[in-house]
Design a protein around this ligand. Structure first.
Ligand SMILES: Cc1cc2nc3c(=O)[nH]c(=O)nc-3n(C[C@H](O)[C@H](O)[C@H](O)COP(=O)(O)OP(=O)(O)OC[C@H]3O[C@@H](n4cnc5c(N)ncnc54)[C@H](O)[C@@H]3O)c2cc1C
Length: 386
């Protein structure tokens, strides 16, 4: 069987790697450099923390577990760190954090309240900001060094025989004996099945191909899709875990950087005029960084605007586009937590025509008779949102 995977972000690479390992002939098509999609600019926190819908929670728990399995089998430098996650709440956020812990406890999600004295041993050079009343520790959470993971997955997929093609897919045509994939430069590829792992660009390609995967794809100022990450270069501060405070989220990044995020600044970000490294947004982030790490002033904060890959109802889309379709759609927010798992489950469904129970609630066909697809997605602004 020959399968074309369109998109080489977390989802496409993970699917391609699982497919070639099962003996499938795989062609991976992408129009951009590795990591140029959302996967290259992600907070990359592995969690099921704010995901209280039972089916989605279960999927994300399985996603977290899959990272441990993948870390033991995928060659290359280590990329998954089960560091634990901290959330610190002031008086304003404490009731919301308490309520979340109660609901997560019902779902058997590990959590504990800790005192400020224990923050350093879990998270490194973090000082508890003024006004913090409650600190929660979620020991099963962690983070991923996504750039390296993408490189490891691509090397593994290519090493097992996947063929890489650079090109922009303009249409997937199922009207022939084989599925045809049309590229912008006129080339036509054909395969038995096609996987759409095209992230935030999926709705446009799906529509051009005659089916629908409704997504939030407005990337203007104040949209739920637009996010901002800062990459702090520092020699003096070491952060060891994922940390959420009311004003700044932090996690260790690649090459000694620390990745930071200030959710309340996101609505101010105009993608048409991205914030500069020494502008007011960077200055606010630097002040907040100093407040939670005691570092005098960080050397440099490199800012990057990123766009969430967000299905219209906020939940994962995984499955064939329609009943007898040969095009498999794979789109999700939380794609770093879920990438390795979705890649394996999608490959099993494609190869063995099996139905994976974990994916049953997330079929693309759920949108067919929906009168409205909106409602599941808010601008991520609260402590522990993502
Ligand atoms: C600010 C922010 C914070 C986040 N934080 C987290 C987090 O903490 N935890 C978590 O789990 N997730 C998080 N996410 C979400 C996660 O990063 C994404 O869900 C994930 O990266 C999506 O991966 P993907 O492979 O679907 O898409 P992408 O990485 O975008 O890959 C899609 C690929 O498809 C290619 N492509 C698209 N269209 C075409 C075409 N027509 N022809 C050829 N190639 C095409 C693109 O070039 C791209 O390489 C965050 C996202 C953002 C923006």
């Amino acid at each position: 069987m020959h399968i074309i995977v369109i998109g080489s972000g977390m989802l496409g690479l993970s699917t391609a790697d699982n497919l070639v390992m099962s003996g499938i002939d795989v062609t991976l098509v992408d129009s951009r450099d590795l990591g140029a999609g959302t996967s290259g600019t992600s907070f990359a926190w592995t969690n099921a923390n704010g995901k209280l819908d039972p089916a989605y929670h279960e999927l994300n728990i399985a996603g977290m577990e899959e990272h441990s399995r993948l870390a033991n089998t995928l060659p290359g430098p280590r990329t998954y760190h089960r560091s634990g996650g901290l959330q610190m709440a002031g008086a304003h956020q404490a009731p919301q954090l308490e309520e979340k812990i109660a609901r997560l406890t019902e779902l058997d999600y590990p959590s504990e309240l800790i005192s400020a004295d224990h923050v350093g041993e879990i998270a490194g050079d973090i000082s508890v900001p003024k006004g913090i009343e409650l600190i929660a520790h979620f020991p099963s959470e962690g983070y991923v060094l996504t750039g390296q993971l993408l490189r490891n997955l691509r090397a593994s997929a290519v090493g097992h025989g996947a063929k890489l093609i650079r090109g922009t897919v303009t249409e997937v045509d199922e009207g022939c004996a084989q599925v045809e994939v049309h590229l912008g430069d006129g080339r036509v590829l054909s395969a038995d099945r096609v996987v759409l792992a095209t992230g935030r660009w999926t709705q446009a390609l799906a529509q051009a191909s005659g089916f629908d995967t409704p997504m939030n794809d407005e990337i203007g100022r104040g949209s739920a899709v637009t996010g901002l990450l800062g990459y702090v270069r520092t020699n003096s501060t070491r952060v060891r875990a994922v940390v959420h405070t009311p004003e700044l989220n932090l996690r260790p990044g690649e090459d000694g950087t620390i990745v930071v995020q200030a959710l309340d600044l996101n609505p101010r970000i105009d993608p048409a005029v991205p914030p500069a490294a020494e502008g007011p947004v960077a200055n606010v982030m630097a002040e907040r960084f100093t407040a939670v790490t005691n570092e005098s002033t960080p050397d440099l904060i490199d800012l990057r605007v990123s766009y969430r890959s967000l299905p219209a109802d906020g939940f994962t889309i995984a499955g064939f586009a329609a009943g007898r379709s040969r095009t498999y759609c794979l789109v999700t927010h939380s794609g770093i937590t879920l990438g390795p798992l979705l890649g394996r489950l999608a490959a099993e469904e494609l190869v063995a025509d099996s139905q994976q129970d974990l994916l049953e609630s997330f079929r693309p066909t759920r949108f067919e008779n929906a009168t409205s697809t909106a409602g599941g997605v808010n601008l991520p602004l609260l402590l522990g949102d993502q």
